[in-house]
Every structure is written in structure tokens, then in C-alpha cells.
Design a protein around this ligand. Structure first.
Ligand code: CS2
Ligand code: MG
Length: 402
């Protein structure tokens, strides 16, 4: 029987910081997992190196479900982003190994294709409405059939989601950048630029928007109602999701679809949202919600309630978890859409991925496993850089949800 012989944790910053787990079996088969948690990367690296890796050595890599239960229940302390990102990385690496041993791409182990490609959405943004419209046009010309639109709110510096340069990266400073936030200014401005997108480009593509946890439930209800004529594919994270019941109030006032879940990391964190049909898309990911094994459970629960998938796919999810996401997306019956923000060129000097983009869709590699390679030699050229996500403060100086 093959056993796990080695498990290495790599922290490198090619374009941005990533934490990558590589598991190697006694037969020399390797598997990769993404253990990146934006702004808290070293916490997961330490959790893996100091607490998880010693448990992996000598175990059977084929026992993926057993390993998941062993790491989840064996920790005693339940859930949380650090623990679940570490569990996710191990799980993903074992699925990669399982595919390589079977000589099959992971999606074939998950039931085979249900669709010919994975619909994705890209991120259009602008410092003002004209530059946003130009960026939406650029994405449509690139073949995207779905585009997220975010614009800076006049007078509110550092508004969420506005790209600086070619790749959007919010974790840009060695200490948290403190950004002002003004809900009234946002509520008075954002509906207008979403209407401007529809006026300029029509309804022949999906338009998405990320509120990014910034509103109270009633403000979110007001926002959702104000943009109903824009026919959004979804409004994302309209209010913080710790209080899952809060979404019922939003639901009572607007038919704008709701997407939640990127900051959540277990089926229990989205259970009420799904079973109460309080959301339309669940955004949990391979990287943060327990890997392929647990994310499949979340997606299957969602399918019972006609909630579709809409996994997070920002730059801080590495090409490893993006590849795993596409393997899962291409198989699940209740797939909705996959976020695809892309990565910097330096990232692909370290990660070689077989995922392909064409006509607004992604497809997984047909290589055995996930179809991703990690070049640790190249990674040495990109030493770790500490970066924090910003912190938002209201105009009175009090901390707000960023
Ligand atoms: C955003 C993310 O892509 C999204 O939907 O919410 O960019 C998020 O801000 C980052 O992933 C945080 O690291
Ligand atoms: Mg988001």
C-alpha cells in the first residue's frame, strides 16, 4: 500500500502571496493543495506545518474521506477559516493524487462532465463611470458573457473593487490600509452606474455586483429594489452573513438574486441560507470550505433547494484551487457561475495550470489529477511579502465591514 511520505508547505509571493501544500506518496506521486488565506497566510502555513503534516506521514493517501473526518473531527475545535483552509489543502492534494493514480482528470472521478464549459464572470471596474463602461466593453470584447461591475464612489476614497493596474489586488500594503466608507454616498451612486452599464450595453450578458458586506439588511433591501430594472445576475454579500436569518428581510423586499459564501467555510455556515432559500447562489470555495470533499456536500445540499453554485475565484485563490473548482464546476448539476479574476504573469511562472479560457468559459485539463504543477525553484525568486487586506472606517471613524 502506498503511504504519504512527505508533505511540504511552500509560501511564496509570485504576483501575490500563496501558500501551497505538496503531498508526496511512497510511490513518488505528488498532489497539490491551495492553503492561501488572504492577509493571514502564515497562520495556515503554521497550522499545516506544525499540527497537520505530522499526522499525514505514513497514512494512506487513497482514504480521502477518512482523512477529511480525521482532520476535521480530530481537531476538536470546529470550523473557522484557518482550520478549514488547512483541511481544504490536504483534501485537494489527495484528490490530485487519486486522479494521478487512476490516470484520470479529477472531474472524471466526480461523475464526469455535465456541461461543455464553465461559465465565468470577470471583474470590470473604474475610478468613474466612463472608465467603468470602457472596462465592461473590454471584458465583452474578450468574450466574457458575464461581467461584475464596481466603480469608485465620488468623495469616498478606496471604494471596494476598483482595480489599480492590470490585476485587482486588495491586499496591497504591509499594514492594513484604512479606507473611508459612506453608505449613503454608495446607495446614491451605485444604482446609477449599474443602470449606465445596461443603457450602454443592453441585457445580452449577465451583470453582477458585489456589495461586499457593507449594508444593513434594510439598506440591502433598499439597494436590491433600486436595481431590479438592471436585472442583475446577483448582488453579492449585501449584508454580513454571520446572521443568516438577516437575509429573510432582504428577501421580503426585493427579487434581485443574492449570492453569499466566500468568507464562509462549512456546510453549517450556509445551511440556513440554503434551506431557507434566503440566497440564490452559494459562493463557498474549494480553498476555504473543506476542499472538494466538503464543497461537494454543500453543493448537493444547495441542489435540493434550487440554490446554484457561484464560487469565489479572486486572485487570492491560487491556480491550484481554481483548477479544482473547474473540475467540480464542470460536473455538478446545480452549477451557476464561476468567478475568474485571473492571475498576474509572475503567478504562472510558479504555477503551471492546464485550465483553458475560451468564449467566456473555462475548461479543466484532461491530464490526470488537477492538471497543475508547482515550480518550487521558480517560487524561490518570489520570497514571501506580508500584505494585509484594508480596513474600512465610516466617516465618523468607527470600523465598518470592508
Ligand atoms: C471579492 C474578493 O472577488 C470577490 O468577490 O469579494 O476580491 C475579496 O475581496 C478578496 O478575495 C479578499 O481576499
Ligand atoms: Mg465578493
Amino acid at each position: 500500500m502506498s503511504t504519504i511520505e512527505r508533505a511540504e508547505v511552500f509560501v511564496s509571493s509570485p504576483g501575490r502571496t500563496f501558500v501551497t501544500l505538496r503531498v508526496t506518496t511512497s510511490d513518488g506521486v505528488t498532489g497539490l493543495g491551495d492553503a492561501t488565506l488572504n492577509g493571514r497566510e502564515l497562520a495556515v502555513a503554521a497550522y499545516l506545518r506544525d499540527h497537520v503534516v505530522p499526522l499525514l506521514i505514513g497514512r494512506d493517501p487513497a482514504r480521502v474521506e477518512d482523512m477529511w473526518q480525521f482532520l476535521y473531527k480530530g481537531a476538536y475545535w470546529r470550523r473557522g477559516p484557518v482550520t478549514m483552509t488547512a483541511v481544504s489543502a490536504v483534501d485537494t492534494a489527495l484528490w490530485d493524487i487519486k486522479g494521478k493514480v487512476a490516470g484520470l482528470p479529477v472531474y472524471q472521478l466526480l461523475g464526469g462532465r455535465s456541461r461543455d464549459g464553465v461559465l465565468v464572470y470577470g471583474h470590470a471596474s473604474g475610478t468613474d463611470v466612463p472608465s467603468l463602461l470602457d472596462d465592461v466593453e473590454r471584458h465583452l470584447e474578450l468574450g466574457y458573457q458575464a461581467v461584475r461591475a464596481q466603480a469608485a464612489v465620488p468623495g469616498v476614497g478606496g471604494t471596494y473593487g476598483v482595480r489599480k493596474g492590470t490585476i485587482y489586488e486588495p491586499a496591497a500594503a504591509d499594514l492594513p490600509e484604512e479606507q473611508p466608507w459612506d453608505t449613503e454616498a454608495y446607495l446614491g451612486f451605485a444604482p446609477g452606474y449599474l443602470e449606465a452599464v445596461r443603457e450602454r450595453f443592453g441585457f445580452g450578458f449577465h451583470l453582477l455586483h458585489d456589495v461586499h458586506h457593507r449594508l444593513t439588511p434594510l439598506e440591502a433591501a433598499r439597494f436590491g429594489r433600486s436595481v431590479e430594472a438592471c436585472r442583475l445576475f446577483w448582488m453579492e454579500d449585501p449584508t454580513p452573513a454571520e446572521n443568516q436569518e438577516a437575509f429573510r428581510l432582504i428577501r421580503q423586499h426585493t427579487t434581485t438574486p443574492i449570492a453569499v459564501g466566500e468568507v464562509l467555510n462549512s456546510i453549517w455556515d450556509v445551511q440556513h441560507l440554503i434551506t431557507g432559500q434566503l440566497i440564490d447562489y452559494v459562493r463557498t470555495t474549494v480553498a476555504h470550505a473543506g476542499g472538494i470533499t466538503h464543497l461537494r456536500r454543500i453543493f448537493d445540499l444547495a441542489a435540493l433547494y434550487q440554490v446554484r453554485t457561484g464560487s469565489h475565484g479572486a486572485t487570492d485563490l491560487s491556480p491550484v484551487s481554481m483548477a479544482a473548482a473547474v473540475h467540480l464546476d464542470v460536473t455538478v448539476p446545480n452549477f451557476g457561475i464561476q468567478e475568474y479574476m485571473g492571475h498576474a504573469a509572475e503567478t504562472f511562472e510558479v504555477f503551471r495550470s492546464g485550465v483553458t479560457f475560451a468564449d467566456g468559459r473555462l475548461n479543466p485539463s484532461d491530464a490526470p489529477g488537477l492538471g497543475v504543477e508547482y515550480d518550487e525553484k521558480a517560487a524561490e525568486r518570489f520570497p514571501y511579502r506580508r500584505r494585509y487586506l484594508p480596513v474600512a472606517r465610516r466617516l465618523d471613524g468607527s470600523v465598518h465591514d470592508w
